[in-house]
Design a protein around this ligand. Sequence first.
Ligand SMILES: *[C@@H]1O[C@H](CO)[C@@H](O)[C@H](O)[C@H]1NC(C)=O
Ligand SMILES: *[C@@H]1O[C@H](CO)[C@@H](O)[C@H](O)[C@H]1NC(C)=O
Ligand SMILES: *[C@@H]1O[C@H](CO)[C@@H](O)[C@H](O)[C@H]1NC(C)=O
Ligand SMILES: *[C@@H]1O[C@H](CO)[C@@H](O)[C@H](O)[C@H]1NC(C)=O
Ligand SMILES: *[C@@H]1O[C@H](CO)[C@@H](O)[C@H](O)[C@H]1NC(C)=O
Ligand SMILES: *[C@@H]1O[C@H](CO)[C@@H](O)[C@H](O)[C@H]1NC(C)=O
Length: 375
Amino acid sequence: MHLQYLLPVALAAVAAAQNRTLAQAIAGQSSLTTFQSLLSAQPDLVRALSNASSITILAPSNDAFSKFLSTTDGKAASAQPDVVAAVLQYHVLNAEVPGSAFTTTPQFVPSLLTNSTYANVTGGQVVEGVLNGKTVEIYSGLKLKSTVTTADITFQGGVMHIIDNVLTIPPSDAVTAVDSQLTSLAGALTKANLVTAVDDLKDVTIFAPSNDAFKQIGGTAESLSTQQLTTILEYHVIKGTVGYSTLLIGGLANETLPSLSGAGLNILIEDNKVFVDSAQVTMADIIVANGVMHVIGNVLNPDNTSATPNPTATTQSVAFAGATSAANAPFTSGINPTTTAPAAGITSKAAAARQTGAIGAAALFGGAAMIAVNL
Ligand SMILES: *[C@@H]1O[C@H](CO)[C@@H](O)[C@H](O)[C@H]1NC(C)=O
Ligand SMILES: *[C@@H]1O[C@H](CO)[C@@H](O)[C@H](O)[C@H]1NC(C)=O
Ligand SMILES: *[C@@H]1O[C@H](CO)[C@@H](O)[C@H](O)[C@H]1NC(C)=O
Ligand SMILES: *[C@@H]1O[C@H](CO)[C@@H](O)[C@H](O)[C@H]1NC(C)=O
Ligand SMILES: *[C@@H]1O[C@H](CO)[C@@H](O)[C@H](O)[C@H]1NC(C)=O
Ligand SMILES: *[C@@H]1O[C@H](CO)[C@@H](O)[C@H](O)[C@H]1NC(C)=O
């Protein structure tokens, strides 16, 4: 056959593809039958989606759902229509992002998940999307990775990508800290009775010192008064700004942001590294229920707001003059990390290599119970 005959047929196919309804687009994919049946049990969401424009659907494959549902918590979740609705809402992005729009610079795209039972982020909880080589990767709670396996299935209201892992709704700050081996921070928040106060805030940026950072001042830290500890911890929290890495590197570079303690935090970008005061961000962009958490290599000192980094050094000086270190991470007694989540300080790429499944589901659905028991 000649090209001139093929071309109109091909164009018609494209037009038909773009003019498909969402239901037709899903029905056309043999790997989306579980997604289809879960969606069909959510008439409110189906109605909203059928009428939506400029959205992106991240559709987990049947394999992704069977991994998810093979866990005890995933199975329990699937029996709760409210939870299923929230999980599905997190898989719908409020912008049309075709595969070609993802770049090596991360993008934080808001989803339809706005219910404050699950997220306290203005405009909806986000996913992080980034291009790694030729692969589009989507990061959700606990920095768990989903990979786009089939991109750009178009329909009237937008575009759909098939992903290989169900997204994890980002857990609270305290659950995320425990699950990310930031057990000193979790313990310190507990000791200062700040867990609920911080978890209930809306739109936060949390600078989370690693356990090694706490160890550096561990000899002194345990003897701080509750008031001193509270002020120090509050100095690690910015309220009212969700400072994803792109924002820190962009509009917030060289800015001083007010922390909960009242003192200002200085954001500095030097030598391609991100610093807050003198502490380096060692792992960026762990999405949490109420914003974003960045792991840092030093505990910040609210009485040392003029501390500046040595950008070419691999580690930074302790920001508390005279503080003594400890062999073990302080505040961790009674707090047991439940997973082998990324140890603080490793790169996000390494963290990203982790598998989802039991970990994500446990954190999502068992997290609240776990924190109550362990903290
Ligand atoms: C798309 O479908 C609608 C009806 O569902 C129709 O009115 C419209 O003409 C179609 N558009 C194209 C470009 O085929
Ligand atoms: C669909 O959207 C239009 C325009 O936004 C609105 O007028 C209409 O009521 C919506 N229909 C449904 C079924 O939600
Ligand atoms: C928010 O989530 C809760 C718990 O799942 C649910 O009971 C409630 O109906 C949801 N609210 C909305 C507006 O969907
Ligand atoms: C959101 O904040 C409210 C209090 O403002 C709190 O009750 C709720 O638990 C928070 N949601 C999450 C997911 O932490
Ligand atoms: C931040 O300040 C440094 C030193 O004053 C300057 O060289 C740099 O251009 C500033 N960066 C931005 C993004 O304003
Ligand atoms: C402030 O932090 C720097 C490290 O950035 C440290 O050398 C200095 O001793 C600290 N000063 C006080 C008063 O804690």
